[in-house]
Design a protein around this ligand. Structure first.
Ligand SMILES: Cc1cc2nc3c(=O)[nH]c(=O)nc-3n(C[C@H](O)[C@H](O)[C@H](O)COP(=O)(O)OP(=O)(O)OC[C@H]3O[C@@H](n4cnc5c(N)ncnc54)[C@H](O)[C@@H]3O)c2cc1C
Ligand code: SF4
Length: 292
């Protein structure tokens, strides 16, 4: 590993003034440094900044500080009650010992898990812009099926980000770009559901509000299928103001996946995503009906 300077920031202004790479729990960045993929001159440890904790907002939402660990977020009673999809997404992600160290800010900024990103012998536009993309003609079982272009076919690695995108959160940051993430703010939300398939990292999060059998509000996000958590707006538009029935859920999944462009090895993701969308919407409709 290349030599680097380590600075522990004592305050947010100090962190912003330190010209270096922010370090949260280090579970992603340090691993990449060990492999020679990342080689920052200076690490600015932000994990002890007073940005940790979860507090309620007067309107019934939550603010989660950026240095709160993933384990603390997933175990928080308010998160579990109001945003079950978020707790589920975290628990479906990294193993327990990693979650104990990983922070919210670090999770949202973690690097791709594309195998070629860490393979220094292969071209990778994310690691070395302009070098090409080894995955597009290589092993791409875990890669994108929606919205990709030939520059990069990797998927967003964060499960937490998939859940957050159905809550229409505000990510607060200072300085930058890309800036220091200080907190994530969640507005009040209807019941939510998250599921992740064991295979290929495909996941679906949804919130659904149903009154008298009619969908009043719906937000769906897909993980493991695109470079960002993919808001399924075609599916949402089809469902909104219509009946919350199984055939509508199937039609919504079909509408969204009509745009899918699988790569050589990942056509299986289309059917898997369709199945997950239907399952999550069915479960979300049950949760909406059970709501007091
Ligand atoms: C074995 C293993 C399995 C995993 N499986 C999954 C999985 O299934 N799903 C999933 O979602 N994740 C998974 N992860 C990834 C894990 O969630 C991330 O490693 C972790 O969330 C990163 O958090 P961190 O605080 O350790 O970040 P760090 O490693 O400290 O930093 C990661 C990046 O974020 C930046 N950063 C850190 N804090 C801030 C901040 N406050 N503001 C701005 N930038 C910041 C850093 O500069 C760096 O670029 C896995 C990790 C491991 C090791
Ligand atoms: S998919 Fe993206 S991360 Fe993977 S090799 Fe191609 S450019 Fe690199």
């Amino acid at each position: 590993m290349k030599e680097f300077e380590y600075v522990r920031a004592g305050s947010v202004p100090e962190a912003l003034a330190s010209d270096g790479r922010f370090l949260g729990g280090g579970t992603n960045l340090v691993h990449l440094m060990r492999r020679g993929v990342e080689a920052p001159d200076r690490l600015v440890d932000v994990s002890r900044l007073p940005l940790s904790g979860i507090r309620e907002t007067p309107d019934g939402g939550l603010v989660i500080g950026a240095t709160t660990t993933n384990s603390v977020v997933a175990a928080d009673p308010l998160v579990r009650r109001r945003y079950p999809a978020l707790a589920r997404a975290i628990l479906a992600g990294a193993p327990g010992p990693i979650r104990d160290r990983a922070t919210v800010g670090g999770n949202l900024r973690q690097s791709t898990r594309c195998e070629y990103f860490t393979d220094l012998a292969r071209p990778c536009n994310q690691r070395l812009p302009g070098s090409g993309c080894a995955a597009i003609g290589g092993r791409n079982r875990n890669h994108a099926i929606l919205g990709w272009d030939e520059r990069c076919v990797a998927v967003d690695p964060s499960d937490m980000a998939v859940a957050l995108s159905v809550f229409d959160v505000t990510v607060h940051s200072l300085g930058g770009p890309p800036g220091l993430i200080t907190a994530v703010e969640l507005p009040p939300a209807p019941p939510s559901v998250f599921r992740k398939a064991r295979d290929g990292g495909v996941s679906v999060a949804a919130v659904l509000e149903v009154t008298a059998g009619i969908v009043r509000d719906v937000r769906i996000a897909l993980g493991g299928v695109a470079a960002r958590p993919w808001r399924a707006s075609a599916a949402e538009n089809l469902l909104r103001h219509g009946p919350a029935t199984a055939d509508r859920f199937r039609a919504a999944a079909d509408a969204e996946l009509a745009a899918a462009r699988p790569l050589r090895d990942n056509a299986y993701k289309v059917e898997l995503t369709r199945h997950l969308i239907e399952g999550v919407l069915t479960r979300a409709a049950e949760a909406a009906r059970a709501r007091p």
